[in-house]
Write a protein of this length. Sequence first.
Length: 255
Amino acid sequence: MPIKNIIKLGFAGTPMVAFNHFSHIIQSNNFSIDFVLTQAEKKAGRGQRKSFESHFQSVKNLNLFKPQDLNDIDFRKNIEGFGIDLLVVVAYGKIIPDWLLAHPKYGCMNVHFSNLPKWRGAAPIQRSIISGENETGVSFIKLVSEMDAGPVYRKISHKYENLTKAKLENELTDLSLKNIDEVIKDIVFNNLKPVAQNKSEVTFAPKIRKNEGLIDWHLSGEKIYRMFLAFSDWPQLYFEFKGQVVKVTDVELTS
């Protein structure tokens, strides 16, 4: 049954994982999404997150914005015309300026795929896999100007073993979608207070570089296997043989 007062949301996101969150939220009678921010579609490659602008464009009666500059005066006037309760951000790929952080009544909430403060940055899933840990999670945080440094509304842990980046991302997406409605309602209606991250426990997950896929044969077999799992989407593991680049399509550990 829908709640009495509909929560008015803005949404910002770019890749498929973002569109999956948007599609889930928009199906609820408890929320309205007044506008969407996404990046314009671009050629895939170089580790860039492919935009699903065309997916968003297929949604009828959607106010869709693809700003190059979030501080553009006309764009800002348009957004300030929407009186939203909360901006939900999922892998948008642009830094949210201070004026937009302050615009929604209850600020901005970001979905991050790690147990913050662990793995702040662009590649938390891959860095978790490479590290050899068997537990990560989903963190719902209040967005602040410093990357992934905001206080945490809710954190949900998730155990895993020997998963590719794509499979782990799917599991974390499912976990997020099972909890995001409740988190949004708690922020708006129940005055949910976020808890500051412990700065002494911060680790970083920098963007993946293409040359990280080059195998260093001095590494252990286990380490190479974890890299294979982490880089299965991009850049993939490879090595050079007689001047040719050889892509690795499968890895099996033997005892």
